[in-house]
Design a protein around this ligand. Structure first.
Ligand SMILES: C[S@@+](CC[C@H](N)C(=O)[O-])C[C@H]1O[C@@H](n2cnc3c(N)ncnc32)[C@H](O)[C@@H]1O
Length: 237
């Protein structure tokens, strides 16, 4: 909840700077939707904040739009009240949070919706780099998890989500932060770090920069950019 409220208030402060990224994300989702031969249900992981979801367009293309997230903010709840073809599903896409909460780092491979023939398209919407953030912070503070263990768990959660997406028979689209980049006042890159614990994404897709923290958001001398990669057709293994 704290993470989501944080993202929401950062969005409100930087709405203009975020718009090109959100537009790229919406266009990619519509590109993926346009390629679908079947248009029953579209299932979107990480849709709780709704910023990057072209909801009206997707409702025009699919019978049902399933928004799946750990929690939903007011805009998603209100949208679902207004339109019965929008379904909100509280879902942990890692399928592992209950055991992680007990300090058990053995992951469960998610299976939700894999056998649902009504799913025509799956979209993973900027959730991949988030999957390990709260679990690692919690395991470090509550169970003394080391940095190396956090890195290994992060990698396992990223790989598990990619394998989950790869297990769907229907088309899949993925939008994910790939790198976090710090820039100085001149725009020169001063530091770059993997957003995915160094797990590589498959080749292909398109890449763009999300101006997530423009100058002034963190301090006067630095800005932060997330390099994002999106696949309208995520390559299956
Ligand atoms: C950066 S936000 C995604 C951005 C979003 N698509 C938007 O509206 O701009 C990450 C989302 O992932 C969700 N999330 C994080 N861990 C999750 C998990 N284990 N299962 C499902 N959703 C999760 C968060 O609740 C949050 O809504």
């Amino acid at each position: 909840m704290r993470e989501c409220v944080g993202i929401e208030s950062r969005y409100r402060r930087n709405r203009k700077a975020w718009e090109p990224h959100l537009e790229q994300s919406r266009n990619l989702m519509l590109d993926a939707a346009g390629r679908c031969a079947e248009r029953d249900s579209v299932l979107i992981f990480g849709a709780g904040l709704l910023h990057d979801i072209p909801l009206a367009d997707l409702l025009g293309m699919f019978r049902r739009v399933i928004l799946a997230d750990l929690l939903f903010m007011a805009p998603a709840r209100q949208a679902a009240q207004r339109e019965e073809r929008i379904e909100l599903v509280t879902l942990d896409v890692t399928a592992s949070l209950p055991s992680l909460a007990e300090g058990n780092i053995t992951l469960t491979q998610p299976t939700a919706y894999l056998d649902d023939p009504s799913i025509s398209l799956v979209i993973s919407a900027s959730v991949l780099s988030q999957l390990f953030v709260v679990p690692n912070a919690y395991l470090e503070s509550s169970f003394g998890q080391s940095d190396a263990e956090s890195e290994a768990l992060g990698q396992a959660l990223v790989r598990s989500h990619l394998a989950y997406l790869g297990a769907f028979e229907c088309p899949v689209a993925l939008i994910a932060d790939e790198a976090h980049i710090i820039r100085d006042r001149t725009g020169a890159e001063t530091a770059t770090a993997s957003a995915l614990q160094d797990v590589p994404l498959p080749p292909g897709g398109r890449s763009w920069d999300w101006d997530i923290c423009p100058l002034g958001e963190i301090d006067r001398d630095h800005s932060v950019v997330h390099r994002v990669r999106g696949y309208a057709g995520f390559p299956k293994p």
